[in-house]
Design a protein around this ligand. Structure first.
Ligand code: CA
Length: 508
């Protein structure tokens, strides 16, 4: 990079302006990372169309996503991106740091009773790397990786909400990991009256649907806020489609009208719908309305990039923190090894380097940071702390290299030890598992760390995961999966590996 500039500006090097000059010449790409919360991979309309439907063994939900359909045709679309710990905070910690939860510090969903779980201040986040390499970094929307403390900028010494436990949080400047533009909150689920703290800690109460407002802020950032001479990394973290999905308080009426007259059984078209989850089934039209609304707001951000002629030199990712089982299997819609909880949308567009296609790459959450940095030209700046892999070479071309990941870990932690105040000071690694191209296996242990139960599916023969396989009759594949899982747990330096949990089954 410096070589190219020094030909013209030899005297200027070393005075902090190389980045500016290079950005003007169109060198460093911008990065826009949009991730709604709890969006099923299945909730994108294009999966029912060629060339996508040939690559997956599920049917798309009957949902309208015109902007994502168009974006998919311009992107590398992953069929099998996995949220390894399909729960908000742990996913976000892994995405931001490229490390599994022990490394990121975010081992449980963050709230005021769980001081053990919070993004480590000394962890190197993707935004730290971009910032150190001349990028402006903007965070808009839900963060949910910080342990809430009584640091309310509007009421010093108080929490930002007065319920127990406190879930929402204010993130002060010293914990923003290189993000120099801030318009964010911890977690809060009143979708039509969201609030945000800005870069200086001022609180803004907004009376409109949060994805609409966040798209407005993102467009404002692109048009008038950023320094146009520097590249930028912008994260837009929309909360919907997140519960509650129960009424017009949660969604835009026009979006709801697209679904309200369709019988529930025509919206929930899967054979694994649990008839006992009647109340959840009623959420379907609101959930799909949220998805359609998010699709529209994402489309507005794409339009703004195009209008500003930024689309060719901007890497755009659309993904989610985890899926939503939406009335199949069990009550908890996430935090489980079911495909519909772990499989997330992952679409990446970068006209300069990525040829649009469908890929079966098994992307794990910690792979996102190194892969994105590499595509942005910062491969050498990937920190040593990163545990995920740079998978960019599999996005560039149709390689079927045997070195491509063959498995992705599944993790579930639960609350462990408590202190005298009832605060959780340890976590219990309750379940571990593996997702491969053909199978899902998750093993849960009891508090004595003995085998409690397994969920074991042949995802080829049984894509809706209706038949939990007995181990005895499937001993050979079970052994093979345990072996692969042991290797991955060792690579992740997971507590199951460190404590040799179930080592009679899992060879570490
Ligand atoms: Ca979430």
């Amino acid at each position: 990079m410096k070589r190219g500039i020094s030909k013209t500006y030899p005297a200027l090097l070393g005075f902090g302006i190389t980045t500016t000059l290079f950005a003007q010449s169109g060198g460093k790409p911008n990065v826009v990372y949009v991730f709604p919360d709890q969006m099923r991979n299945h909730a994108m309309q294009f999966w029912n169309e060629s060339p996508y439907r040939e690559r997956v063994n599920f049917k798309a939900d009957p949902v309208y996503t015109p902007n994502l359909n168009k974006f998919a045709a311009e992107s590398v679309v992953l069929t099998s991106a996995q949220s390894n710990f399909p729960l908000s905070s742990p996913h976000r910690g892994m995405m931001l740091t490229g490390m599994y939860p022990d490394g990121s510090g975010v081992t449980l969903n963050c709230n005021s009773m769980r001081p053990i779980s919070s993004l480590r201040e000394d962890a190197v986040a993707i935004s730290d790397v971009f910032s150190q390499n001349g990028y402006q970094c903007a965070y808009i929307g839900k963060l949910h990786v910080d342990f809430p403390t009584p640091n309310n900028p509007q009421a010093p010494g108080a929490y930002v909400e007065d319920k127990t436990p406190v879930w929402d949080a204010y993130t002060p400047k010293e914990r923003r990991h290189g993000f120099d533009y801030w318009y964010s909150y911890g977690t809060f689920d009143v979708h039509k009256s969201p609030h945000y703290w800005d870069t200086e800690g001022n609180r803004h109460e907004i009376g409109e649907w949060s994805p609409k407002h966040e798209a407005d802020k993102a467009i404002e950032y692109l048009e008038t806020v950023r320094d146009t001479e520097k590249p930028f990394f912008m994260v837009v973290s929309m909360n919907p489609p997140h519960s509650p999905y129960q009424s017009l308080d949660d969604v835009m009426e026009g979006d709801y009208n697209l679904y309200k007259d369709t019988p529930i059984e025509k919206l929930l078209v899967r054979p694994n719908i649990n008839p006992a989850l009647k109340k959840k089934q009623q959420c379907a039209p609101y959930y799909f309305a949220s998805v359609t609304g998010v699709d529209r707001e994402f489309g507005r951000i794409l339009d703004a990039l195009k209008k500003l002629s930024l689309d060719k030199n901007t890497i755009v990712v659309f993904t989610s923190d985890h899926g939503e089982t939406m009335a199949s299997h069990v009550e908890d819609p996430k935090n489980s090894p079911y495909t519909e909880a772990m499989n997330v949308p992952f679409l990446i567009r970068y006209p300069k380097k990525l040829k649009p296609r469908v890929s079966g790459l098994l992307l794990s959450t910690p792979d996102i940071m190194p892969t994105l940095l590499s595509i942005a030209g910062l491969k050498k700046q990937i920190p040593e702390s990163v545990q995920g892999a740079d998978l960019s070479k599999y996005l560039y071309s149709q390689k079927t290299d045997k070195k491509a990941p063959q498995g992705a870990l599944y993790l579930r932690n639960e609350a462990g030890e408590k202190n005298g105040k009832g605060e959780i000071t340890g976590y219990f690694p309750a379940a571990r598992g593996i997702k491969t191209r053909t199978h899902t296996l998750a093993i849960t242990v009891d508090r004595k760390k003995q085998l409690k139960e397994t969920l074991f599916f042949d995802d080829v023969k049984d894509p809706y995961q209706l038949n939990n396989l007995p181990i005895e009759e499937n001993r050979e594949i079970f052994r093979k999966l345990c072996k692969e899982m042991g290797l991955l747990l060792k690579q992740a330096d997971d507590p199951w590996y460190r404590e040799s949990i179930l080592n009679e089954l899992i060879p570490y």
